[in-house]
Design a protein around this ligand. Structure first.
Ligand code: CA
Length: 224
């Protein structure tokens, strides 16, 4: 496991890094928020230990910025006990967990293992095809920087096409995946929903990414 430690108290940062190394982790240490953000962007890390009070940019801002950029590395935030910054706020910014200082090293390691495991289990990877982005975890869809609102069915249809980007997905397969194998209605519902999706993700952007392959099904590509 590779862990980024963002902590301006150098003694504490070094102690954490040494401890993590002893546990078999690879630790990378930086001492301010801006370096933390830059390193986290470069990645890849399995987790970030992020202090809140940091020079340059505080931990909340680092965390929020990473999440806004779609970087979902698990973050364990270090909160001070003085109450100035609270734990709820840490979670609000997109942190996975928090730990109050002073903490025991055993607990730090246990929390790190827990958040990386949880993330790996729970979080489906965001999907991108060209400038079309879909995040199954947050249910967000974007074309470039523009948010697109999709109904649950549209979302599921687009997710299926994006997971098979470049390949033709047949109508029966789409029916099965999006409407379920017991769907007894009109199979043309697929066509109808592909039409809805085109109105949301293609037409307003002068795109033709969802292609009809006659007699077979549909294919999503970054057609531009
Ligand atoms: Ca600090």
């Amino acid at each position: 496991m590779r862990v980024l430690v963002v902590e301006d108290e150098e003694h504490l940062a070094d102690a954490v890094a040494r401890g993590l190394s002893a546990e078999g982790f690879e630790a990378v240490v930086v001492h301010n928020g801006l370096d933390g953000l830059a390193r986290a962007r470069e990645g890849p890390f399995d987790a970030v230990v992020l202090d809140i009070l940091l020079p340059g940019m505080n931990g909340y801002q680092v965390c929020r910025t990473l999440r806004e950029e779609g970087i979902w590395t698990p973050i364990l935030m270090l909160t001070a006990k003085d109450g100035e910054y609270d734990e709820a706020e840490a979670l609000d910014t997109g942190a996975d967990d928090f730990l109050s200082k002073p903490f025991s090293f055993v607990v730090l390691v246990a929390r790190l293992r827990a958040i990386t495991r949880r993330r790996a289990d729970a979080r489906p990877d965001p999907l991108s095809v060209g400038d079309l982005h879909l995040d199954p975890a947050t249910r967000e869809c974007r074309r470039g920087s523009e948010a697109v609102t999709l109904s649950p069915r549209e979302f599921s249809l687009l997710e299926t096409l994006m997971r098979h980007a470049g390949d033709v997905v047949s109508k029966p397969e789409l029916l099965d995946r999006v409407w379920g194998s017991e769907f007894g209605g009109d199979p043309n519902v697929v066509e109808v929903y592909v039409g809805y999706l085109r109105k949301k993700i293609d037409r307003p952007f002068q795109r033709h990414d969802i292609q009809t392959v006659r007699g077979v099904g549909y294919r999503l590509i970054a057609a531009g």
